[in-house]
Design a protein around this ligand. Structure first.
Ligand code: ATP
Length: 323
């Protein structure tokens, strides 16, 4: 009987718990013994690795975060600690590893594989949706729904007062969350790091809209843009002449109970990951593309810069004045 382990690394996402449940069930179905590594790469180093059973995953499918903890590990960046991690896995006869994480976590995994040859499969898990080679990362849909809920709620206040609201979303250097939220929440302005913009070009349009009776504006801005969100709010006050407020959504975007989409994606990602390992694919990432699920070499995933979907970028509101 072979032993298989799973860990969560980097930012937690909603969908990790459903993934853990599927991991235990599908491992046992395939006659593998499942192990949990607690607190990411830190747990590998500290030997915080325990056999998992059905009991460990009961009642977690509806919960955000991750039951086994996640972490960022400075020690895992050092070769001597990766050697210890390998010794700990060997002592438990763990020969396969699944990692839920972002591109940083995959870079660590790639390094670990080069040194120790431990068979692994990565499952893209980050709300930023900024991993090259996959169109979807676990947790993104729940994050988008949390943002939608927040913007809908802010809109109630914005429309009651005459105000502009600048809503800042997470995403690191990637504008995906901001852009999709802009398109699905009907905001007037969207600023993301991937596209050039000139606020002056919106001035005439927005002033005209106020004259036509508009009472409020909603702007969705990605955290990765060059300005601080407060500067955008100041621009609304000074140039458009409307009182404004900033809302940095922050960590509420990460939590919440996983949506149906994230539960189903977790189920599928893990199923594909275990199938890959059983099929002797040694160093792959399960990617979700327009053609469906595909296995990609980790090398291609971590060494290719992420590109935001061109089709989505085209939909950003143009600053052209309307009647
Ligand atoms: P998120 O996008 O949610 O931040 P992430 O996986 O990109 O997730 P990081 O903090 O970049 O998060 O990386 C997670 C961990 O992966 C790091 O704390 C470190 O332990 C490990 N790691 C990253 N890069 C390397 C590397 N080059 N060598 C070894 N380990 C690494």
């Amino acid at each position: 009987k072979q032993n298989i382990a799973i860990l969560c690394s980097g930012g937690d996402v909603s969908g990790m718990n459903p993934a853990l449940k599927r991991f235990v069930e599908y491992s046992l179905q395939n006659n593998l013994t499942p192990y949990f590594v607690y607190d990411g790469y830190e747990g590998l180093i500290d030997n915080n690795i325990q056999k998992a059973s059905y009991c460990d995953v009961s009642g977690i499918i509806n919960r955000g975060g991750t039951k086994i903890g996640s972490a960022r590990s400075k020690r895992f960046m050092q070769v001597e600690y990766r050697n210890i991690a390998k010794q700990n896995l060997d002592a438990l006869h763990v020969t396969m590893l699944i990692v839920l994480g972002g591109d940083g976590s995959f870079r660590g995994l790639h390094q670990f594989y080069k040194e120790h040859n431990i068979k692994f499969c990565g499952v893209p898990s980050t709300i930023d949706n900024d991993i090259s080679g996959t169109d979807y990362c676990l947790g993104v849909d729940t994050a988008l729904n949390m943002i939608k809920f927040s913007i809908d709620s802010i809109r109630d206040t914005a429309s009651s007062f005459k105000r502009a609201f600048v809503i800042e979303t997470m995403g690191n250097k990637c504008g995906y969350l901001a852009l999709v939220s802009h398109l699905t929440s009907g905001s007037e302005l969207c600023l993301i790091p991937e596209t050039a913009y000139n606020l002056n070009e919106y001035e005439q349009k927005f002033k005209q809209e106020i004259q036509n009776g508009r009472r409020y504006f909603i702007a969705v801005v990605a955290e990765g843009i060059k300005e601080d969100s407060k500067e955008i709010a100041r621009w609304f006050e000074e140039k458009i002449g409307i009182e404004s407020r900033v809302n940095v959504l922050g960590h509420l975007q990460r939590g919440g109970n996983p949506t149906v989409k994230d539960r189903l994606m977790a189920y599928k990602f893990i199923t594909y990951a275990i199938d890959a390992l059983l099929d002797n694919k040694n160093e792959t990432i399960v990617c979700y593309t327009k053609e469906g699920f595909r296995y990609k070499e980790i090398n291609a995933v971590v060494n290719t810069p992420y590109q935001l979907d061109e089709e989505l970028i085209k939909f950003i509101n143009s600053p052209k004045a309307t009647e």
